[in-house]
Design a protein around this ligand. Sequence first.
Ligand code: MN
Length: 254
Amino acid sequence: MNRRTLLAAAPAAYFASLRALAQTPSRALIDDLVFANHILSNEGIVDGYGHVSARHDSNPNRFLLARSIAPALVRAEDIFEYDLDGKPVNGAPVSYQERFIHSEIYRVRQDVQSVVHDHSPAVLPFGISNIPMRSVFHMAHFVGEGVPVFEIRTVARESNMLVNDAARGKALAATLGNKPAVLLRGHGAVTVGPSVLIAVARAVYLDLNARLQQQAMSLGGPLNYLSPEEGKLGAQDYERSWNLWKVKVATSGK
Ligand code: MN
């Protein structure tokens, strides 16, 4: 049935199809994403580099990501729409080279609504070590699910370490598997979540957990980490942290 016939036969269906065609992301999601950029910067998780995205809330085959600028500088008008091949849908002035981290994770993880990529300093030692990250405290309970380490040499023998094409993105997504976080050897970390709030909070608490684990290890002697069961029982919604971080952003002059 063409659109004119549909309008005559079923006006309600016709107008619903128009809304689906427009597929504009909600203002609330864009606002969350702008806050997420500023929070990650404010909390020291990203510097000039790193990025955070959200799956489009009316088209699951697209995601929202800023153009290639420092997260602290991102405004609503800097956010663009991408498809699952990492192509900007309406054109972005300059795209992040590592947008394939986001596109390939969204492609295979239907549960993921947000992805953070950072080079947070505290996690970097664990990316080059054979000592796995373990859950040190209840706020980082999700670490208990295991944090795999991505080895880029499995897809690129000698590389600049960047996940800047689809093949590297697919390999990273495979290493992440069904986990909430993955480290990238000699590079940084990726956290994912069912919301922007959770993905951002995981990035912040992954960084804190890494610092605390290293401190605990420096004490010497055996360590008594959270068990995966304790981790599950300690699950946090991070709402109070998120609201605090937003206020800190709002009062920091951004
Ligand atoms: Mn990077």
